[in-house]
Design a protein around this ligand. Structure first.
Ligand SMILES: [Zn+2]
Length: 245
């Protein structure tokens, strides 16, 4: 669904609903993007549309000047969030990245506020083992190119980053991977805060973490997980009955 040339909008819409269900909504903050059909083009939601409100028609196709080339928009708005600009820096630096999730969910934001990096201390966090960066400074609102450069450099060759005083960003080889990492990053942050009540997070064995990551980060596992979350989202929105077929 998110291979080169395929239309990523159905997956993006489900990504938006999944993140809404997981508590990633935060006002105008947060953007989801995926590469468009032409090099240098990207799909993004119109400014002000909540993740909950996403639908396949609303996505805007923008170029690297944030000019809208296609897409209906929603509620009379047909302009992208200007903060989408920093995504372009990540795409430029990382040809392997096809989709980006950037959100300000509560637990990751709490760690970000405390300038505390995430620790891989549980099996469910191992997909992020040795693949998650931490940016210890906040470069300000990410609408200018300088912030884009700083965030892209902080991410380096990894697929996730916690941004101090800001939020999280995941850069996936598919919409499904970007979603999968964002959901587990926030759940992991919640767990790290909870673990403070009982002695704090203890890192898991690195060799076992690496082995678990290599299994859990296969497309099959990530796509099956995404599909289950997408069906949950569709059921909650009355688009699908509970069925086992
Ligand atoms: Zn942000």
């Amino acid at each position: 669904m998110t291979q080169a040339g395929a239309d990523p909008r159905p997956a993006l819409t489900r990504c938006a609903w999944i993140l809404a269900d997981e508590g990633h909504e935060s006002g105008l903050a947060g953007q989801l993007t995926a590469r468009g059909p032409e090099p240098g083009t990207f799909w993004t939601l119109p400014l002000g549309l909540a993740f909950e409100e996403a639908n396949d028609r609303a996505w805007l196709l923008i170029d690297d000047a944030l000019t809208v080339r296609d897409g209906a928009g929603a509620f009379g708005v047909r302009e992208p969030n200007p903060a989408t600009r920093f995504h372009l820096w990540v795409y430029r630096a990382r040809p392997d990245v096809r989709a980006i999730v950037h959100t300000h969910p509560a637990a990751a934001s709490a760690l970000a506020a405390a300038e505390v990096p995430l620790v891989v201390a549980h099996m469910d966090a191992t997909p992020l083992f040795d693949d998650m960066a931490f940016l210890p400074q906040w470069p300000g609102l990410p609408t200018a190119d300088r912030e884009g450069e700083i965030i892209a450099a902080g991410l380096g060759g990894k697929h996730a980053i916690l941004l101090a005083h800001h939020g999280l960003l995941t850069a996936g080889r598919s919409v499904m991977e970007a979603t999968f990492l964002a959901v587990f990053m926030e759940r992991m942050a919640r767990q790290q805060i909870d673990a403070q009540q009982v002695g704090g997070s203890k890192p898991v064995d690195p060799e076992e973490a690496r082995r678990a990551r290599d299994f859990l980060r296969t497309d099959r596992i990530m796509n099956l997980t995404f599909d289950a979350w997408a069906r949950r989202a569709e059921r909650r929105r009355g688009l699908r009955a509970l069925e086992c077929a």
